[in-house]
Design a protein around this ligand. Structure first.
Ligand code: SF4
Length: 227
């Protein structure tokens, strides 16, 4: 299947599931990490006028370039992105953030849970729909995912990019001349929070795939949002 066909299928899937969600009284959301590989799905949603509220989870640890890219893409695509989570949470730590080691270093799972999973959980209600850009070719965990799944909280996960390959993403981006995350020029392949994204030379040394640039050296490949 060509990337054009996959894009058309993504639109059909989102429309069909959103209609069913709204008919049952639910809200329709999409999260985006605003990496280069996230841009095609944002473009699919914006260019087809899909009625989806786009969320950006602000952990407070993103690169300055990521914050700038969120703003630039929002303007370019005419998307009213809702930011959830907040760097303000860090000021609310019991010790005022004055621990010897930051939370992402001491316990990345707890950090991801507090700064990513919980802020999203406060938004998503049973019966809501959550669109994500996960792909089967990214991790072994994602390779076993289904396009639609209702989780234990009653939230409907919809994954329109699941069958896309990295090549499809690149082809779509080239066809529509989509912008890239500014850190891509510096060699970054997968970009998350700054403390947990390996510098390009470190990631290359690990010999791992793109997602290996995240939490380098740890037995961790998922933040917990999709597990
Ligand atoms: S990716 Fe790192 S800094 Fe970001 S929430 Fe997870 S552990 Fe914390």
């Amino acid at each position: 299947m060509t990337f054009q066909n996959k894009a058309a299928e993504a639109v059909r899937l989102i429309r069909r599931e959103a209609e069913a969600t709204r008919a049952a009284g639910g809200q329709v959301y999409m999260t985006s990490s605003f990496q280069t590989q996230s841009v095609p799905l944002l473009h699919v949603v914006a260019s087809n006028g899909l009625d989806v509220e786009v969320l950006f989870i602000d952990t407070g640890y993103h690169f300055a370039e990521t914050y700038g890219f969120v703003d630039a893409l929002s303007r370019r695509f005419g998307i009213d992105v809702r930011w959830i989570g907040s760097s303000a949470q860090h000021a609310a730590l019991p010790d005022g953030g004055a621990r010897a080691l930051p939370e992402y270093y001491r316990s990345p799972d707890a950090c991801c849970r507090r700064n990513k999973v919980m802020p999203l959980r406060e938004v998503l209600r049973p019966g809501d729909m959550w669109v994500t850009g996960v792909r089967r070719d990214q991790t072994s965990h994602r390779s076993a995912m289904d396009p639609v799944m209702v989780d234990g909280q009653g939230v409907r996960h919809v994954r329109p990019m699941l069958a896309w390959t990295a090549g499809d993403v690149a082809a779509y981006a080239a066809a529509f001349e989509l912008p890239a995350h500014p850190l891509g020029e510096k060699g970054y392949t997968s970009i998350g929070c700054a403390p947990c994204t390996a510098r390009p030379e470190v990631a290359a040394g690990s010999g791992s795939a793109a997602r290996g640039a995240r939490w380098a050296g740890m037995q961790k490949s998922e933040c917990g949002l999709h597990t």
